[in-house]
Design a protein around this ligand. Sequence first.
Ligand code: MG
Length: 341
Amino acid sequence: MKFVCPVPRLKYDQVQMVHGAGGMAMGQLIDDMFLAAFDNPLLRCRDDAAVLPNQWAVSTDCFVVDPIFFPGGNIGTLAIYGTVNDVAVSGATPRYVTAGFILEEGFSMVDLRVIVASMREAADDAGVQIVAGDTKVVPRGKADKIYINTTGLGILQGPALSVHRIRPGDLLIVSGTLGDHGIAVMSQREGLSFETDVTSDCAALFDLVQLAVDQGKGAVHACRDATRGGLVAVLHEFAQASHTFIQLHEAQIPIRESVRGACEMLGIDAMNVANEGKLVLAIAPEGADAVLRAWQSHPLGRQSAIIGEIHDEGVGVVINTRFGTQRVLDLPVGEPLPRIC
Ligand code: MG
């Protein structure tokens, strides 16, 4: 039987928080508003980075995380790693970043200095230079402390990885435990704070992508960092772009016990929670073992696992649960945790 997840069309007269939450509402806003107005072949590819003439790859991202400091990083760390990772998942080597700051009147200069120092540190770690920027200040109460926009440029050595290269038969590899970033941020959120040992996984993922490309020898088809919307959002992007059906195996999906516990308490699923240091790879089976071994011997990929495979009979995502049942993983209207990046 052909399996197709139904996708309802949502109607809104005003922008809501879900429009920034990495789920169905955001996807439909992008389709109906931005893609409709700006449409062109590069944008239509819908990959994390657009591939420009002369093998340049470009990506841009805004950061509004709340709180701005959290275990494992801050808004500045995220602003660099988030953008360079979106360039890296195309297969390109990140080289340059621009940074735009929107600051609220009264924001602490000490905090700003810490954030900027973190950006410099993250840029050095990722091998990029920050080469242009912009600063705007708005009156007290008209923004929440600090927002950052970063744009990243990288150079491709070979063909770009793309969701359009995904084929039935491909296996799915995840580079480690899911949900760490979202839970680390939520543990510090005002009105919600709870005790956990989880820290954000935010990190530069270029090395892992290159390891996969080198070891996979042409078998690597698509790669995404599982940020806002988590694993489920990435898999829906894979399924929609390649018109395929994705089957996951719950027992193989790495999730920390502490994240699982926090998710149960919050009533959410770790597979929908944001990561800032985890990749999802679609790869032809002949390359999977070599990439898995390479990732497992890298500090950022020790808990990598093959978590599912891609089929041709439909469009959507289904999981085989630990209890031997099957469950459809719908794309939520929005991630349950707003302002997570
Ligand atoms: Mg991304």
